[in-house]
Design a protein around this ligand. Structure first.
Ligand code: FE
Length: 349
């Protein structure tokens, strides 16, 4: 599942064909010559603008391999021969999985510590959050009144029976949300809550986040649980204008504003254990944590900067300022296995 792209198609094809050694040689040939090699789950349109800027400012060339799947397995298989110096990926559980597999090395950087709040960094420096997203409730504009639903806990209220759409529980987005419920309520109470939410489903979980928005638009359900950026991606989708209607049908509810705040997750970066261009990799991540890139990176995808000194994109700002849950992502990652067990137990699949 490798995406070809105009500026690194050769590497992408080699990667897709499983020619790890070939890539290793291609990339290693340039090692030490002012380069940095990146494995990315993030799409070209998102990262190309600031990678170009990074090269312009530092002279360091960035080679990117884009992947949709299998990055962790690839890194494991490549071991010490891996050409990758850094990885870019989404979701705390994926970052943690790379850390747990021993594929990363700690980053020490004053710049990163200054730019990124501790709750969005690994306590041991193994990963760093770079953009923030929140998991919110998208309510049918014409069928749910403002203020009628306010929290994740409200989703378990029997009044919503047959009215909620959400993707499968085992997806990383939902697993992290459940982990946050465990952190705040303990396993027993969280189990009851999630059981209550599942009992309110309008249909068997299916599709991705956008599919839930579509279902609200079609009247299948009145509430969906989605990541905030999909709202922007649908609202401005020129290639698939139907999605603009799905977005128009929704009112965004930032949950738990009277309490702990909305659950957030990150996309992030890490330096690989065997990085040959370690200093360049750290320099790149420092650049990603700074003013210029934070604003650009976050707004490209309707996300929020992790750097609290960086202003928000006008569009996402227009959806509302909101309070974020201050629970550390490291805690969410730790509770991820317990969350998955809970999801299996209550049958959210
Ligand atoms: Fe997503």
């Amino acid at each position: 599942m490798i995406k070809k792209n105009k500026y690194n198609s050769v590497l992408a094809i080699a990667f897709a064909a499983g020619l790890a050694t070939a890539i290793g040689q291609t990339l290693a040939a340039g090692a030490g010559a002012g380069e940095v090699n990146l494995y990315s789950y993030r799409q070209p349109f998102l990262i190309k603008p600031f990678l170009d800027e990074f090269t312009k400012r530092t002279g360091v060339k960035v080679n990117v391999v884009f992947a949709k799947k299998g990055m962790l397995e690839r890194l494991k298989r490549e071991g010490a021969n891996s050409p990758a110096d850094a990885v870019l990926t989404v979701d705390i559980s994926r970052l943690k999985a790379h850390a747990d597999a021993g594929l990363l090395q700690p980053i020490e950087s004053r710049t990163i510590e200054k730019n990124i709040p501790a709750q969005y960094r690994d306590p041991n420096g193994l990963w760093v959050g770079l953009t923030l997203r929140t998991r919110l409730i998208a309510a049918a504009r014409d069928r749910v009144k403002p203020g009628e639903i306010k929290s994740y806990e409200d989703l378990a209220d029997p009044k919503w029976k047959g009215r909620i759409c959400v993707r499968k529980g085992g997806h990383v987005y939902n697993r992290a949300l459940v982990a946050s419920l465990i952190a705040h309520h303990g396993e027993k109470k969280a189990g009851e809550l999630v059981r209550g939410i599942v009992a309110n489903f309008a249909r068997k979980p299916q599709g991705n986040d956008r599919a839930q928005a579509k279902a609200v638009y079609e009247g299948v359900c009145d509430l969906a649980i989605i990541n905030n950026y999909y709202f922007g991606k649908m609202k401005f989708n020129r290639k698939k204008p139907a999605q603009q209607k799905w977005a128009a049908a929704l009112r965004l509810v930032f949950p738990n504003q009277d309490g702990r705040g909305s659950h957030v997750n990150v996309s992030g970066a890490a330096v690989t254990r065997h990085a040959r261009n370690r200093d360049n990799a750290i320099m790149l991540i420092e650049f990603l944590s700074g003013q210029f890139t934070q604003r650009m990176y976050a707004s490209q995808n309707y996300e929020y900067p992790v750097n609290p000194r960086v202003s928000w994109d006008k569009e996402v700002e227009s959806w509302g300022r909101f309070k974020t849950d201050t629970l550390s992502l490291a805690k969410i990652a730790d509770l991820s296995p317990a969350a998955q067990k809970l999801i299996d137990r209550v049958g959210w699949y």
